[in-house]
Design a protein around this ligand. Structure first.
Ligand code: TXE
Length: 485
C-alpha cells in the first residue's frame, strides 16, 4: 500500500506549497499508517486556475460520447482495483471490508450511470412564429467545486464528480481532512485512464481555510457540498459573494422509521433494519434511521428483539473476520457520539443495550458499542440532533397520525420509512412524510438511478437519477432574425 499521498493539480502530483504533511490514522488501532500533503490557499488557487484553463483545452474537444466512454473506463478501473481501494478505505475510515467493497462498487456505478447520461443531454427549439428561429443550448456550467465529507468518501466523490464531468465541466475536489487518501487513489485512476490535465484536481487540507477560498472564488460556477448544517451555512454565505450556483447541498438528517406491521410475528424486517442502522458505517450515514416510532402493542417485543440482535453484532477492526461494524472514523466523531450517549442518560432515556466502548477491544480504537435508547420523546436532544453514530432512539406511539406528526417534528427532512403490510397505509404515509426520500418495508433504496436529497435543514438539490445531471448544466437561449435584409 502507498504510504505517502500528494495533491493532484493540473495532472501533476505535488506537495503542498508550504510542505505540510499530516499523519493518517487508522481509527481501529490509532496507529499512523500513511501521510498526506495538505494544500494551502495558494494550492487551492492553482487548482482553480488549472480547472478553468482546462475548460478551453483538450477537454473542450471531447464529444459527450467520448466523455461517457471515459467515465465508463474509469468505472472499470475502479472495479479492477476494488480490493485495494476497499482495503485503503477500511484502513482510513474504519468500515468493515464488506461495507468498503460495497462502497467501491457504488462509486463504479455512479461513474457508469452518469457516463451513460453524457450523450443524452439535449437542448430544444421554441417556435416564436415566422421569420425567427429560437433555440436553447444546454451547456456545462464551467468550473465546479466539490466539498466532500468523510463518511462515504468514494461514493460521494463519484456521485457529483461523475455528472459534472459527464456534462463537460471541470472539477476541484476538496476531500474531508480526516479521510482523503481514497479520493487521491481514485484521482490516480482517472489519470491512468487519460483525463486531460486540469479537468480533475484534488486538494486535501484544512476545510475552513481551503473551503473558504474554493467557495468564494469568482471563477467557480457551481458548488456541491455534503457535510454539516453549520458548514453548509458558511458555504451558502461564501457562494452568495459571487452568486455562485449551489448545485446541491446534502446536510444530513434524523430519519424516522415507523413500525406499524400487523403483529409481533412481522417484526423481522424492522428489527433487521434497526440493527442495520447501527451497523452500517457504524451509523455514520445521513439516512440512518435513528428515530424509531413503534406502535405501542409492538413496543416491548421490538425492544427485546432489537437488543438480542444487537448483542450478536460483532464490533471490531476490519482485519477481523465476521465484523459487522467498525470504529467511528475519527477521535472527533468518537467524542461527539460518546457525549450524546451521556446526554441521553442524563435526559432520562432508558439504556437498553450498549452505552459505551464494547468489551474486549482494549483501550485503542474509536469503537462504540451499538446503543439503543428506549422511552425517548421528541423533546430530547438525542431525538432531535444528528448523532451520527451507532445509536438509535425508540419511542412508543398510539396511532399512525401521532407517528407521522412526530416524524415530521424535526428540523431535518432527508429520509424516513414505514414498515407496514397495509398498502393504503404505506401510500398515505409516503405522501405525508416531509422528507425528500421515503422507503417502505426496507431502508436500502438509495441509488444512482433515483433522486436523493432533502428538505428543511437537510439541504437542497438532488443527487442521482436522470435529472441530477441537468443541475450541472445551464441553458443559453439563441434567437435568430431570419428576415434580415
Ligand atoms: O462536518 P463539516 P464534520 C455531520 C455529522 C457530523 C458533523 C460534523 O453529524 O458529526 O456533520 O462533521 C469541509 N467551507 N455530517 O466536522 O465541517 C470539511 O473539510 C467549506 C453529515 O466533518 O461540515 C469537509 O470536507 N468547506 C454529513 C466538509 O466540509 C468546509 C457528512 C464537511 O465537514 C468548511 C459529514 C468551510 N468553512 C458530516 N469547513 C452528511 N450529510 O452525510 C469545513 N469544510
Amino acid at each position: 500500500m502507498n504510504t505517502s499521498y500528494q495533491l493532484f493539480i493540473n495532472g501533476v502530483w505535488r506537495e503542498g506549497s508550504d510542505g505540510t504533511k499530516v499523519p493518517v490514522i487508522n481509527p481501529a488501532t490509532e496507529e499512523i499508517f500513511a501521510e498526506v500533503s495538505w494544500g494551502t490557499p495558494e494550492d487551492a488557487i492553482l487548482a482553480l486556475k488549472a480547472g478553468q484553463k482546462a475548460l478551453s483545452g483538450e477537454w473542450s474537444t471531447w464529444s459527450p460520447a467520448r466523455r461517457g466512454r471515459f467515465l465508463t473506463s474509469v468505472a472499470a478501473a475502479v472495479r479492477r482495483n476494488a480490493a485495494e481501494l476497499a482495503q485503503l478505505l477500511s484502513s482510513e475510515q474504519g468500515k468493515p471490508l464488506h461495507q468498503a467493497t460495497s462502497e467501491v462498487e457504488d462509486a463504479a456505478r455512479y461513474l457508469e450511470y452518469f457516463g451513460g447520461c453524457a450523450d443524452k443531454l439535449t437542448g430544444m427549439t421554441i417556435d416564436l412564429g415566422p421569420g425567427q428561429l429560437d433555440f436553447v443550448l444546454r451547456e456545462p456550467l464551467g468550473l465546479t467545486v466539490h466539498i466532500a465529507p468523510w463518511n462515504y468518501p468514494l461514493d460521494i466523490f463519484c456521485r457529483s464528480v461523475a455528472p459534472a464531468l459527464a456534462a463537460g465541466n471541470t472539477c476541484v475536489v476538496k476531500p474531508a481532512e480526516e479521510i482523503s487518501l481514497v479520493s487521491l487513489a481514485l484521482a490516480s485512476l482517472f489519470q491512468q485512464e487519460g483525463i486531460p490535465a486540469g479537468v480533475l484536481n484534488v486538494v486535501p487540507g484544512p476545510g475552513a481555510v481551503l473551503g473558504k477560498v474554493l467557495t468564494e472564488d469568482p471563477r467557480v460556477r457551481g458548488i456541491v457540498f455534503t457535510g454539516s448544517v453549520e458548514t453548509g451555512r458558511k458555504v451558502l454565505e461564501a457562494a452568495s459573494r459571487n452568486i455562485t450556483p449551489v448545485i446541491s447541498m446534502e446536510l444530513g438528517g434524523k430519519a424516522a422509521s415507523l413500525v406499524f406491521v400487523k403483529d409481533a410475528s412481522e417484526l423481522d424486517g424492522p428489527v433487521g433494519g434497526a440493527a442495520g442502522a447501527m451497523a452500517w458505517n457504524a451509523g455514520q450515514s445521513c439516512g440512518q434511521r435513528s428515530r424509531w416510532y413503534v406502535r405501542r402493542d409492538l413496543y416491548a417485543p421490538f425492544l427485546e428483539r432489537v437488543a438480542e440482535r444487537v448483542r450478536s453484532l460483532k464490533v471490531g477492526p476490519f482485519t477481523q473476520p465476521g465484523v459487522s461494524l467498525g470504529p467511528l472514523a475519527s477521535k472527533k466523531q468518537f467524542d461527539k457520539v460518546m457525549s450524546y450517549i451521556r446526554l441521553g442518560q442524563s435526559e432520562g432515556a432508558r439504556l437498553i443495550v450498549g452505552g459505551g466502548r464494547p468489551e474486549g477491544l482494549g483501550e485503542k480504537g474509536y469503537f462504540v458499542a451499538p446503543t439503543v435508547f428506549a422511552d425517548c420523546h421528541n423533546r430530547m436532544q438525542i431525538v432531535r440532533e444528528e448523532i451520527f453514530g451507532p445509536v438509535i432512539t425508540v419511542i412508543p406511539v398510539d396511532s399512525l397520525d401521532e407517528a407521522v406528526a412526530l416524524a415530521n417534528d424535526s428540523s431535518y427532512g432527508l429520509s424516513s420509512e414505514i414498515w407496514t403490510s397495509d398498502l393504503t397505509e404505506a401510500h398515505s404515509v409516503a405522501a405525508r412524510l416531509d422528507v425528500g426520500h421515503v422507503t417502505i418495508n426496507g431502508s436500502a433504496a438509495f441509488g444512482f438511478e433515483v433522486p436523493f436529497g432533502g428538505v428543511k435543514l437537510s439541504g437542497l438539490g438532488r443527487e442521482g437519477g436522470p435529472e441530477a445531471i441537468l443541475a450541472y448544466t445551464r441553458l443559453k437561449n439563441v434567437w435568430i432574425n431570419l428576415n434580415r435584409k
